[in-house]
Design a protein around this ligand. Structure first.
Ligand code: PGA
Length: 248
């Protein structure tokens, strides 16, 4: 049985004050205990959000990290710094980072390895562009991203990795992939894991769908066999919507 995981990706939104207000608002509702709820917040808000979620089952995530422990990397944040705050998850290779900050399959791979070394669970994002989808290249593109992300990563680590299938054309656009298309791609990714790591890994790895997920689309997505959760941007910024997503 795979534990469903709903992760909010706040992106570059919410000041410290706003983020603690949002958590306070979320805490007014009870969240389904059979679903893992995660908030991935800006670096500057991590410590305060960590305190705000104390006593709840909500898990904390960052949105990026460097692969080195420390060094001359002006403006970067290291896994040691994040570990000390006590994060559980870190989004790695989000398409916005690949697109605007030159993140490559190679840096994604290094970051995953470092995250695993520090017991930070990576949420690894993959997904095709609209042009690639229109040319029916989504499987080829996603397969390459998955295999490169997981290069030299051991079978024993697979249970700690979450993969988020996020078609770029669906992110922040209001265009969700149909639940069938999302499930087909999540199943395709599960197949890649099975081929590389065997049946147990295939059965255990959690795969999320992401891209304009809203309270009114979550249930249908979660009913699908190969979709174990969602990575949610916009809707995770509204307390009521986040609660509805977790309690789908
Ligand atoms: P969205 O973002 O839900 O706003 O489309 C999803 C994501 O980028 O993780």
């Amino acid at each position: 049985m795979r534990l469903p995981i709903i992760a909010g990706n706040w992106k570059m939104n919410n000041t410290i004050l706003k983020s603690t207000l949002l958590i306070d608002e979320i805490k007014k509702s009870s969240l389904n205990k059979d679903v893992e709820a995660v908030v991935c917040v800006p670096f500057t808000n991590l410590s305060d959000v960590k305190k705000a979620i104390e006593g709840t089952d909500i898990k904390l995530g960052a949105q990026n990290m460097h692969w080195e422990d420390n060094g001359a990397y002006t403006g970067e944040i290291s896994p040691l710094m994040l570990k000390e705050i006590g994060i559980d998850y870190c989004i790695i290779g989000h398409s916005e980072r690949r697109q605007y900050f030159n993140e490559t399959d190679e840096t994604v791979n290094k970051k995953i390895k470092t995250a695993l070394k520090y017991d930070i669970k990576p949420i690894v994002c993959v997904g095709e562009t609209l042009e690639e989808r229109e040319n029916e290249r989504q499987e080829e593109v996603v397969k390459e991203q998955v295999l490169k992300a997981l290069e030299d990563i051991d079978n024993k680590n697979i249970k700690d990795i979450v993969i988020a299938y996020e078609p770029i054309w669906a992110i922040g656009t209001g265009k969700t992939a149909s639940s069938d298309d999302a499930n087909q791609m999540c199943g395709f990714i599960r197949g890649i894991i099975g081929d590389k790591y065997g049946k147990e890994a295939k059965d255990n790895i959690r795969i999320q769908y992401g891209g304009s997920v809203k309270p009114n689309t979550i249930k249908e997505l979660m009913e699908k066999e190969d979709i174990d959760g969602a990575l949610v941007g916009g809707a995770s910024l509204v307390a009521e919507d986040f609660v509805k997503l977790v309690n789908y």
